[in-house]
Design a protein around this ligand. Structure first.
Ligand code: SAM
Length: 362
């Protein structure tokens, strides 16, 4: 590793901050030795806050109907070959009932931007989940909505909202989306969610078309300043019915490298090891956790629709991706020294750094 790379890693660790140019250098000049050092620091930081616990979220894919036409996404409106579905409110509650029984204490309702899911309908579902299971957290991941809509759902009891920013470089954003979608609007939504009081998650795909080390550096700088409670990053994987069908998938190596960097930037962050990561590599799930992630989101959607929520080709949706196979997942995590726990798994945001190991120890 170059001396400069080593110094930058030490500086990141000490200050939790680098300039955009420095992040760019960290990405462009990465090597196996740097990845190892970052991983070591990331894991130690995470363990000082969360021990060896891994949080689980039950993912319920409520609809694959979407008004948007994101160029990368398999459920984009122009994909006429996509078999559309939407869950009824009672089907969603059944998924939650099953998930609660299995040990899940956070439920994530994710879906395309489907107009059927009005504020009234969503608020009724949220209220029902929270009254049946007051010890559980409800996370929403339903795309861009008005601030008033976010507020209503928050008032109904929603705790968290995941809205990947997709890229922090405006010109890159426009290359991934049609003109009708705007980077400014996406960023406004994130800031509205934060002001309302949600625990907010942003995120991006690794290896998305037209992404450069400079755009990734801007993503890291954005995470540094926005300080999200959660950050979802996973490799881009092409989908056969999208304009990006011939584009190569992102790599396990770069995704894990960035997971470690993000953990160091903001040590308490909740960082999932995503389904996309286990789709590109059989050991992806474990590698993500070993790089600094601490959340896994098994699928709780009804079996019949899992294949239809196809954001990218060959999405993993059986075996350990499935909430019903939690025991296998627990076993796999134990083999690498981690324990899946049945907790809400909120961020431990103590501004008090007493729990963190002394930085000179590393
Ligand atoms: N509609 C909501 C939104 O836009 O936030 C939530 C659903 S959207 C399908 C969830 C995430 O899937 C997106 O934020 C995107 O990063 C990811 N995604 C979509 N297509 C993908 C692909 N081809 N490869 C990897 N991730 C993808």
């Amino acid at each position: 590793m170059t001396e400069r790379l080593y110094e930058l890693i030490e500086q990141l660790f000490r200050k939790q901050s680098l300039t955009v140019e420095e992040y760019e250098y960290l990405i462009e000049n990465r090597c196996a030795e740097a990845a190892k050092l970052l991983k070591k620091k990331a894991v130690m930081l995470r363990e000082s806050i969360y021990g060896r616990e891994v949080f689980i979220r039950g993912l319920i894919e409520i609809s694959n109907i979407c008004k948007n036409d994101c160029f990368y996404c398999g459920i984009r409106k122009s994909n006429s070959l996509c078999e559309r579905y939407r869950l009824t409110p009672s089907q969603i509650i059944e998924c939650v009932d099953e998930g609660y029984y299995l040990g899940f204490r956070t439920f994530v309702m994710q879906g395309g931007e489907d107009a059927y899911f009005s504020d009234d309908i969503l608020c009724d579902i949220i209220t029902e989940i929270k009254s049946k299971y007051p010890d559980c957290a409800v996370t929403l991941s339903l795309g861009e909505r008005s601030s008033a809509s976010y507020q209503r759902m928050y008032d109904a009891g929603a705790d968290r909202y995941l809205l990947r920013h997709e890229t922090a470089e405006q010109s890159h954003y426009q290359k991934l989306h049609p003109e009708t979608m705007s980077y400014t609007e996406r960023m406004n939504c994130l800031s509205n969610l934060k002001s309302i009081g949600y625990q907010v998650g942003c995120g991006f795909m690794v290896g998305s078309p037209f992404q450069t080390a400079a755009s990734l550096a801007m993503d890291l700088k954005f995470i540094e300043s926005f300080r999200p409670d959660m950050c979802g990053i996973g490799p881009f994987i092409p989908h056969k019915n999208t304009p990006f069908k011939y584009h190569a998938a992102g790599t396990l190596e770069l995704t894990c490298y960035l997971l470690s960097v993000i953990r160091i930037i903001y040590p308490p962050i909740l960082l999932p090891s995503t389904t996309a990561l286990s789709t590109i590599s059989p050991a992806g799930r474990e590698r993500g956790i070993q790089a600094g992630a601490n959340v896994i989101m098994p699928n709780l959607s009804p079996q019949l629709v899992r294949k239809q929520y196809e954001l990218y080709d060959n999405k993993a949706y059986t075996s350990e991706e499935s909430a019903q196979c939690l025991n296998e997942l627990k076993h796999k995590m134990r083999l690498i020294g981690y324990e899946i726990v049945s907790k809400r798994g909120d961020i431990k945001k103590s501004e008090d750094k007493r729990n963190l190991p002394q930085r000179k120890e590393f």
